[in-house]
Design a protein around this ligand. Structure first.
Ligand SMILES: Cc1cc2nc3c(=O)[nH]c(=O)nc-3n(C[C@H](O)[C@H](O)[C@H](O)COP(=O)(O)O)c2cc1C
Length: 294
């Protein structure tokens, strides 16, 4: 997902179905948490993860009074880790840097959860002592936030923000270059030349403007692929199968398509020049017969 879409997708959700999260999804979210910026890379944070309804249910009502939390797939208890940061930076380390570290981690957690298709909520109003007791946390740690994450039960609207002018002062000037667009990474189109790939499987790929040249793809399978603008030269595609493939503006030069099938594909503006189309049928109609009738 584009980062700007993710920013608009994330919002606070407080109603979950009780559906689960997988280990790899949790791993993605925790990796995001630990990639957050933090003071002097001391990473003064600690994450305790409650997984599944039994573990999560223990938070209600003593730690947090919102009953909706019981349907979370996971709750990540984010604590500051005083050790290190306090020794190095004193009160400012403990009372500011560690809080800032964990806040940065929380934001990454909530964005990563949204990126995985989950909803989440930052919870600050919980009973710290009850939480410490329940998790048996030592004095070294101070729980400062809960991230409740789950499968969203009902969509909620994006919440308004104060007008930008009210919260932003800009000092100095920048050149005016129109509305901000993220820099698009220049991607070189995919190229494959001179390969022997019978029975190959290509699935769920973006291969726009790709170049395939001199390749044996006998009995290969292509599904859910964008080939818009691609060129196919000197290919052997006997019995190759294309399903849900977008071939808009693709060009075939000298291909052997004997037995090739295209199902649910877009072949708009495809050019087929100088080809032997004996036996080629479209939706059961023989194309050569059709051309003869014209
Ligand atoms: C520091 C902090 C504490 C929060 N505490 C709670 C909380 O205890 N309970 C809750 O339901 N939401 C809590 N939230 C979520 C906010 O209510 C929410 O982010 C805010 O209303 C903006 O809505 P949005 O996240 O959908 O944009 C907290 C958020 C932050 C950053």
């Amino acid at each position: 997902m584009e980062f700007r879409d993710l920013l608009m997708k994330r919002r606070s959700y407080r109603s979950f179905t009780g559906g689960p999260m997988t280990k790899s999804q949790l791993d993605y979210i925790l990796t995001a948490a630990t990639r957050a910026p933090n003071a002097c890379n001391m990473q003064s944070w600690h994450f305790t993860v409650l997984c599944g309804t039994d573990a999560v249910g223990k938070l209600y009502p003593d730690v947090y009074r919102g009953e909706w939390i019981r349907n979370s797939a996971v709750v990540i208890v984010v604590s500051i880790d005083r050790e290190g940061v306090e020794t190095r930076f004193g009160d400012r380390g403990r009372d500011l840097f560690a809080i800032q570290d964990t806040a940065c981690a929380m934001n990454n957690i909530l964005l990563a959860a949204a990126d995985m298709g989950f909803g989440g909520c930052f919870i600050g109003a919980f009973d710290e002592d009850a939480c410490r007791k329940m998790l048996n946390l030592s004095e070294r740690y101070r729980p400062v936030a809960l991230a409740a994450i789950g499968t969203v039960e009902a969509e909620v609207p994006l919440r308004d923000r104060k007008p930008m002018e009210e919260v932003i002062d800009i000092i100095g000037e920048l050149p005016d270059d129109g509305p901000a667009e993220p820099k698009k990474e220049e991607k070189k189109p995919f190229e494959l030349r001179g390969a022997y790939l019978p029975d190959a499987v290509f699935d769920d790929l973006y291969l726009g403007n790709a170049v395939f040249n001199n390749i044996c793809l006998t009995n290969a399978k292509f599904t859910d692929i964008t080939f818009a603008g691609s060129s196919f030269g000197g290919l052997c595609m006997n019995d190759t199968k294309f399903g849900c493939v977008d071939m808009k503006n693709a060009a075939f030069d000298n291909p052997d398509l004997t037995g090739t099938t295209f199902r649910n594909c877009t072949l708009k503006d495809v050019k087929i020049d100088n080809c032997d189309i004996d036996g080629l049928t479209i939706d059961g109609v023989n194309v050569k017969d059709l051309l003869k009738n014209d």
